[in-house]
Design a binder for this molecule. Structure first.
Ligand SMILES: [Zn+2]
Ligand SMILES: [Zn+2]
Ligand SMILES: [Zn+2]
Length: 752
């Protein structure tokens, strides 16, 4: 009888892969064994040839949804002695390469159990199995077993133990397994006192939601704030209390059918929503289905499905969609303990639905949009982090500290890059503490001691200062990577490129090598070096940081640059304000110069009367995109390229003329987008490299990206962009790590 050895690599531990193999072997009457190895799972099977091929096919086709296979190597062996198939103890390697699975959305089988009155887990909100449940948010350390998870304090009852030890059971070695007898329980806290417990607590919480109350829910990776999405008054109250005037909220629906009644949804989008990652997905809205304040003036809606049994039970109970937003105040990290939640959310929530299963680290909901050329990640956290990304690297571990907003940390270790979950902004002390904790956490988790550090070139970022402290403490070299270089590097890391490429890195701002604020960059990147081929012509931002929240100031800076006056701005800037802005521009005081295309978007948005003030970052640019996508091709506004510098004055002149002629705003917005696409082509021709990287927050704009792609591909260029990591500053740490890696590689080859 033939015998085969299979070496399976990928995310195959902690996702029910060995029991799956065991069941397959039984189905096809094969003998042999399966065991975990440091690099994956090893299988030996023996039996009739036809059965072996059937097993081999089923291994890939029927694998657990959360398993990610990278490769399967096979080898023919001589006969073995076993009479049956068994699961062996893990093979001990010299060094185990740990693999940490992300948190997994509740599976269909567990959902069936909690809905079945005859099942012992009926209505139990902490039901899980090897295919689903908490992982990264619950694991304290590796190797992954129950004693090193938040479930350490819950000894298994007899029934759960039997399931846990039975290789044919889908709870075989499901570390967080629990039942009503031995697992965690719910409590409803109102006014600091425990009201009810268990299922009663859940029913009462649902009742409060039905009456328009705001509920703080201890979810999977942190607290969330929930409110009835069909009640305008309730949503308004949440906005007031959270001081979040306009930024869109995500909505959790009971099922795909409910989502379909509100949004357009493609099969691919449906597949992603129901996958183990179960992110918040941005969909195109249908007209007039939800209350306006859920996502004001936004044609898209962030939707998600219940991804834990707790959410499932709650949604089934309330019978209406729920606004579902992170439980934090302003830009601070999410609360993960009951104490934190009561302290931070006490003035927002009317009640707290909490439990005693600890959350070990904050893991926020991920935010994704499906575009025709792949996914666009806005926030990478639950369901994605900390999935490792393969990179070619054998040297000492590299730690990169990331940016200042949408912060992440990246650790590169032996052939893989691990990017942390989204940590948020570092403006607050709590944000900086979370960054420090995540660095320690990641190093301990992966058993790594860094040999090289990387950070942003900005001297005042909290991440830069932490990098400096770490470099001093451990006596390590520190590489400062220019912000936009890192943006390009992130995409090169994702696609394994070393260049030369032309990278268009467009965003709000980043510290430039010449001390000015960059943000509309055309960089040629090769190896660990970059050359600034070109950039947007600079203009002054009166009031500096104030301009970020005030697109009118961006418009003023732009007009001043071109015509030396504020003519044409009258309808959007009040008289007194105008006087102050004019003085600032005249004297050049408190008016830093920038080449930022993010700010150019703000300026154009204000000039077209779309957004005079921005309630949140990117709002003005989004308004411009939404207007433009309603319009069709009317020809591009011209930018003039002189020695690589893109002059916006012809664009501005044409736009002001169109405005005087009373052209519809959508048409002008469209012409502006097309102008940028032509500019990209002009830079690509100038650089003459076949690969063009589109990166930075501006390329989260779907219309801009697709127009650039169309034009570049027509001209014979290959477009590369981020699809696994965010294009915004969430990807910066990966880009820094990539630049450090390439530079260290070249150094060791003596080329640096
Ligand atoms: Zn399950
Ligand atoms: Zn139990
Ligand atoms: Zn950036």
């Amino acid at each position: 009888m033939p015998r085969l050895r299979l070496q399976v690599r990928g995310v195959v531990q902690g996702v029910g892969f060995r029991p799956f193999v065991y069941r397959l072997a039984h189905r096809f009457s094969l003998t042999g064994w399966v065991r975990n190895r440091p690099e994956g799972v090893e299988i030996e099977i023996q039996g009739e040839t036809g059965r072996i091929s059937a097993f081999r096919a089923a291994l890939e086709n029927e694998r657990p949804a959360a398993a990610h296979l990278i490769s399967i190597e096979t080898e023919l062996l001589s006969d073995g002695q076993e009479r049956s198939f068994s699961i062996l103890d893990s093979a001990l390697g010299s060094e185990v390469r740990p693999s940490v699975p992300p948190d997994l959305a509740v599976c269909l089988e567990c959902e069936r159990e909690i809905a079945d009155p005859g099942d012992r887990r009926y209505r139990y909100p902490f039901t899980n199995c090897t295919h689903c449940g908490p992982r990264y948010s619950l694991i304290a350390g590796l190797p992954y077993d129950r004693s090193r998870t938040g479930m350490a304090g819950f000894p298994l009852c007899e029934k759960c133990r039997r399931e846990y030890e039975d290789p044919l059971n889908r709870r075989f070695h499901a570390e967080p397994v629990a039942c009503p007898e031995c697992g965690p329980h719910l409590r409803l806290v109102i006014d600091g006192r425990v009201g009810s417990e268990g299922d009663t607590a859940l029913r009462e919480a649902a009742h409060l939601l039905d009456h328009g109350r705001i509920l703080a829910l201890q979810g999977l990776g942190g607290f969330q704030l929930l409110v009835d999405a069909t009640s305008e008054a309730a949503v308004q109250r949440l906005r007031q209390r959270k001081h979040r005037e306009e930024k869109p909220f995500a909505v959790m629906f009971r099922d795909l059918g409910e989502i379909r009644s509100v949004c357009e949804i493609s099969p691919k989008e449906a597949e992603l929503l129901t996958s183990p990652a179960a992110p918040i997905l941005l969909l195109q809205r249908k007209a007039g289905e939800l209350v306006p304040s859920v996502a004001p003036e936004n044609p898209r809606l962030g939707v998600l499905l219940p991804y834990t049994p707790l959410h499932r039970l709650l949604l089934d109970q309330v019978q209406h969609p729920l606004v579902c937003t992170s439980g934090n105040i302003s830009e601070e990290p999410m609360a993960i303990t009951e104490t934190e939640a009561l302290e931070q959310l006490g003035s927002i929530a009317d009640a707290f639905l909490v439990h005693d299963r600890p959350i070990l680290r904050p893991v926020d909901d991920s935010v994704v949009r499906m575009d025709s050329d792949g996914p666009t990640l806005f926030r990478r956290a639950r369901g994605y982090a900390p999935l490792a990304h393969p990179v070619k690297w054998e040297g000492p571990p590299i730690l990169a500290l990331g940016s200042h907003q949408k912060s992440t940390v990246t650790l590169v270790k032996e052939g893989e890059a691990v990017v942390s979950q989204h940590l948020g902004d570092l403006q607050s002390l709590a944000g900086v503490r979370l960054l420090e904790r995540t660095v320690e956490d990641l190093l301990a988790f992966l058993g790594a001691t860094p040999g090289l550090l990387a950070c942003d070139a900005h001297p005042d970022y909290a991440s830069t200062r932490l990098a400096e402290r770490l470099a001093a403490r451990f006596d390590l070299p520190l590489l400062r990577v220019q912000h936009h270089h890192a943006h390009v590097g992130a995409v090169m890391a994702e696609h394994g490129l070393e260049g030369p490429v032309l990278g268009l890195a467009w965003d709000g701002s980043g510290w430039g090598s010449d001390g000015t604020v960059w943000g509309g960059e055309a960089l040629v990147v090769e190896g660990s070096q970059f050359q600034r081929l070109g950039h947007l012509r600079t203009f002054a931002l009166p009031g500096g940081d104030r301009a970020v929240k005030d697109p009118r100031r961006c418009a003023a800076g732009l007009l001043w640059e071109v015509q030396g006056s504020l003519d044409g701005i009258s309808d959007c800037l009040e008289l007194q304000e105008r006087y102050l802005v004019e003085r600032a521009l005249e004297r050049g005081l408190q008016a830093p110069r920038t080449s930022s295309i993010g700010r150019l978007f703000d300026a154009v948005s204000a000039l077209l009367g779309l957004r005079l003030e921005a309630g949140f970052e990117g709002q003005a640019a989004m308004a411009l995109e939404f207007q433009a996508q309603e319009s069709c091709d009317l020809g591009a506004y011209p930018f003039e390229l002189k020695d690589g510098v893109a002059d916006f004055s012809p664009m501005l002149e044409a736009l002001l003329q169109d405005r005087r002629r009373g052209l519809p705003v959508g048409d002008m917005a469209r012409r502006y987008h097309q102008g940028l696409a032509e500019l990209v082509v002009a830079w690509a021709r100038m650089a003459g490299h076949s690969q063009v990287v589109l990166c930075g927050g501006c390329f989260q704009n779907r219309l801009l990206t697709s127009l650039c792609r169309q034009r570049l591909e027509t001209e014979g260029f290959q477009v590369v962009r981020a699809t696994k990591f965010p294009s915004n500053d969430g990807g910066i740490s990966l880009g820094q790590a990539w630049v450090a890696l390439v530079s260290a590689k070249l150094k060791s080859l003596g080329n640096y």
